[in-house]
Design a binder for this molecule. Structure first.
Ligand code: AMP
Ligand code: MG
Length: 398
């Protein structure tokens, strides 16, 4: 049986890269950048005034002057005026510094009367104050952003400042989430005592949405070979990635692996030495499309989706990998089986600034109620069974 690391390596190696596409800047947040973004101009593009007030020549002040005739008013967006000796220019934040001016006195420090600005008594302005010098953030032509960056709101500002109305990003994967099981009834539909509410589909869709993958329609299939074969074949034609849940264990109605084989999906592995989620299945369809078949138990399905499917989609999107995160256990954990344990946790922070992981007990891998209120899970190594409080462990946030 594969270890968790081997399983992830195999999945990542099998993921084909999605092609790039251009999107409007306002739709780019959360997408993965596929181009370099270079500064269109110096930033700021001129000596930028940082306060509302007056622009003066500091030499006039140094020569003893404290009253200045107001020559004119210059707003942000106006071309820079030329300051006359002994005068001031009324100036607004964001304006281009007037020629011959080298000092901004804030409006709070002056009194104006009859076209004359007088400095507050004892106020001593410094030369160059409240001026954001041209190119002090970056010069024209500077490299601002590169491929692989997941675009955050601040990046959108950078891209807009570079003058780009649209940007190249990875195409979103077309994902189909497929719940299998005769017993499953969707929320909203009448249910009988022996039936189970279908919860994996919406939970997986939500996890995908949270990670930026919005094209993830859901289908529910009963445990019948013909139905599974026909409907999965249809989804394989339409989608880049299939995420099935249920039907991969040892039960008599667990037809998923054999149906996938009939459809030409080549098995890469079946089972990982972990709990929850040991029965997980992964394969590749003709054309390199990835097929994840997760165990049906809700805790297993969600953990497997976060642990394997999310990194796989990130790889396919050509995103930079994030550095691993760690947290310290708040209490002792014992886990005897020779398996990697994914232990759900709630995060708290210590007054020393440490991230602490509080283990949250789940009754079984079907006990998804316990997951509510958890922030993620930690990985407890395969080759150990005692994890004392304080042990640093790998952390995965949902
Ligand atoms: P299976 O892997 O198909 O044997 O399912 C294992 C357990 O998970 C069974 O108790 C199923 O009823 C339950 N299960 C499977 N799929 C879902 C689902 N989509 N939503 C909620 N429970 C499920
Ligand atoms: Mg089932």
């Amino acid at each position: 049986m594969l270890t968790t690391a081997e399983a992830l390596d195999r999945i990542l190696a099998a993921m084909p890269e999605l092609p790039p596409e251009a999107v409007d800047l306002t739709l780019a947040a959360g997408r993965v950048l596929r181009q370099t973004v270079v500064a269109e101009r110096d930033q700021p593009p001129f000596d930028r005034v940082m306060m509302d007030g007056i622009a003066i020549s500091h030499a006039d002040f140094a020569g003893g002057q404290r009253q200045f005739d107001i020559q004119c008013t210059q707003m942000a967006g106006d071309a820079a005026a030329e300051l006359m000796p002994g005068h001031c220019i009324e100036i607004m934040t964001g304006a281009s510094l007037p020629a011959n001016a080298d000092c901004i006195v804030p409006v709070e420090r002056i009194a104006t009367n009859d076209g004359v600005a007088t400095l507050e008594a004892a106020y001593e302005p410094r030369a160059q104050q409240f001026i954001h010098p041209r190119a002090s953030d970056h010069a024209a032509g500077s490299h601002l952003l590169g491929p692989g960056k997941r675009i955050a709101p601040a990046d959108v500002a950078v891209i807009a400042s570079a003058g780009l109305a649209s940007v190249e990003v990875s195409r979103l994967p077309v994902i189909r989430v497929i719940s299998t099981g005769n017993e499953l009834i969707a929320a909203g539909a009448p249910i009988k005592p022996h039936q189970i509410r279908l919860s994996n589909g919406p939970a997986i869709q939500t996890l995908l949405l949270q990670h930026g993958y919005s094209d993830c329609a859901h289908d529910h299939l009963v445990d019948e070979r013909d139905v599974l074969r026909e409907r999965i074949a249809g989804h394989l034609r339409e989608a880049d990635v299939l995420i099935l849940s249920g039907g991969v264990s040892m039960g008599k109605a667990d037809y998923v692996p054999e149906v996938l084989a009939e459809l030409g999906v080549r098995v890469n592995f079946h089972r990982i030495s972990q709990r929850p989620g040991k029965p997980m299945w992964f394969g590749t369809a003709p054309g390199g499309k990835a097929v994840f078949a997760l165990p049906g138990n809700p805790v297993s399905a969600l953990v497997c989706c976060r642990q394997y499917v999310i990194p796989a989609l990130s790889k396919a999107s050509a995103a930079h990998t994030r550095p691993p995160e760690f947290a310290a256990l708040t209490s002792d954990v014992t886990f005897e089986p020779a398996l990697t344990c994914f232990q759900p946790v709630r995060l708290v922070s210590s007054s020393a600034g440490e991230v602490l992981a509080m283990p949250v007990k789940t009754n079984t891998s079907g006990d998804f109620t316990a997951l509510s209120g958890t922030d993620g899970y930690v990985e407890l190594a395969l080759d150990e069974s005692q994890f004392p409080a304080g042990t640093p462990v790998l952390l995965y946030r949902w």
